[in-house]
Design a protein around this ligand. Structure first.
Ligand code: PLP
Length: 448
């Protein structure tokens, strides 16, 4: 089973949350960890599994965040622990660029099998999502011999120097950190809820505007890559209006531009498919993965057409720890669990529960402006009132705080900090999910 039997799947509050031991550790953190390293919930973890995080005070908290969308297979999943402990006992590091090992190759084989498209594919493994996005841009530039990179409004691609340039939101991700990398251009995305002429015209108009800007302001022949999240994560769980992604994909193909899908948050069963771009039959030239890939160990990848991947000179990609053998073993365990427990099916079940409960809540609460998302990647957008759609960051923070105090971890997000997102581990039990949503309903009732 994916859930360690020693960790009961029930919410249990023994102290106020955060409890005394967490508060004590928070004080120690304040003394030695940079203030910029913020924690959304000042509760220290002791152990975790399934849909539960047990804190250092013995409280058992419902996890609707999966450590920022990472623990798709649940924490300490049996297959992950089994494979990574066996690997750690054999060797922990040799550097793949010095003495290679089978696990790396096996992960690349799995990525070739699972990612969209029947063409020959190759991969490079990296340590983090941002590093993988940077490498996708390097590869696209090397292959196309062009420099410009197109990204979208509300995009999030990371916090390294190049990925800060690709990320849309200034505060807190970019403020004070410039200058940013050049040759990065931002165009509109099809955000149905906030599209000025309404959701029906959104896909066509947004695609037209994006393509027009690329054509007039950059010149398609200068563009190496269009980088997009098929379901935008940190920007607010925005599902681009249907038809937008295929239009951009076609434009890229027509102009020799590489279409790069950033599936770091949406990949690996999260949206009910292996990858979110499958919902509209999109086959990207390069696909970037991380988070869910390795059950919590740091691993990321760029996977793409073999001829594109092979356009980079030997030694041009990689790094000391890239594709660490323990992380590779964890990834093989995570993928084993995704298949064995049909986590794509589980994500669809979770979507049904989340959407029905959240839609019912939105009938009661005028401040819920929109319910959206796919699979176990669903969100509500909060507004002051439905007519103005003015973002309601204050209520968002208050609802999240009330959930946290009642022992349910929810995360907020969005360009306007007015989105509550639900990213539960896909192995969460339906009762636990339902209990978490009961707490959410109480939080909305309390906040009004
Ligand atoms: N791209 C997307 C879509 C993400 O959601 C994230 C992280 O949240 C990143 C890139 C950056 O990944 P990492 O935090 O592993 O660098």
């Amino acid at each position: 089973m994916t859930v360690p039997p020693s960790l009961p799947q029930e919410r249990r509050l023994l102290t106020p949350v955060p409890g005394p031991r967490s508060r004590e550790l928070m004080e120690r953190k304040r003394g030695v960890v940079a203030d910029a390293v913020a924690s959304a919930w000042p509760v220290f973890a002791e152990r975790a599994g399934g849909g539960i995080i047990e804190d250092v005070d013995g409280n058992r908290l419902i996890d609707l965040g999966s450590g920022l969308g990472v623990t798709v297979v649940g924490n300490a999943a049996e297959a992950v622990v089994r494979r990574l402990t066996a690997q750690a006992a054999r060797f922990t590091h040799t550097a793949f660029s010095v003495t290679p090992y089978e696990g790396y190759v096996a992960v690349a084989e799995a990525l070739a099998e699972l990612t969209p498209g029947e063409h020959a594919k190759k991969s490079v493994l990296l340590n983090s999502g941002a590093e993988a996005v940077e490498n996708a841009v390097k590869i696209a530039r090397a292959y196309t011999k062009r420099q410009a990179v197109v990204v979208f409004d509300h995009a999030y691609h990371g916090r390294t120097n190049l990925t800060m340039a690709l990320t849309a939101k200034n505060m807190p991700f970019k403020q004070g950190f410039g200058p940013f990398a050049p040759e990065v251009y931002r165009v509109p995305v099809a955000y149905p809820y906030r599209w000025p002429t309404g959701p029906e015209s959104c896909a066509a108009e947004a695609a037209e505007q994006a393509i027009d800007q690329i054509s007039k302001q950059i010149g398609p022949d200068n563009v190496a890559a269009i980088v997009i999240e098929p379901l935008l994560g940190e920007g607010g769980f925005i599902e681009p209006a249907l038809g937008f992604l295929p239009a951009i994909r076609r434009f890229a193909a027509d102009h020799g531009i590489l279409f790069v899908a950033d599936e770091i948050q949406s990949g690996f069963c999260r949206t009910g498919q292996w990858f979110a771009c499958e919902h509209e039959g999109i086959v990207p030239d390069l696909i970037v993965t991380a988070k869910g890939i390795a059950g919590g160990l740091p691993l990321a990848a760029v996977t793409g057409r073999a001829e594109i991947m092979d356009s980079v000179q030997p030694g041009g990609l990689g790094g000391t720890y890239c594709g660490n053998p323990v992380a590779c073993a964890a990834a093989l365990g995570a993928i084993e669990a995704m298949k064995e427990f049909d986590l794509r099916g589980k994500a669809k079940n979770i979507e049904a529960v989340l959407k029905s409960r959240l839609s019912a809540l939105s009938e009661k609460h005028e401040i819920i402006g929109d319910v959206r998302g796919r699979g176990a990647m669903v969100a509500v957008e909060l507004v002051t009132d439905r007519a103005s759609k003015a973002p309601n960051a204050e209520a968002t923070a208050a609802v999240a705080k009330a959930c946290h105090e009642a022992g349910v971890l929810v995360l907020t997000t969005g360009t306007y900090a007015n989105v509550i997102r639900f990213l539960p581990p896909l192995v969460i039990g339906e009762d636990l999910l339902s209990e978490g949503l009961d707490v959410l309903a109480e939080a909305f009732a309390a906040v009004g």
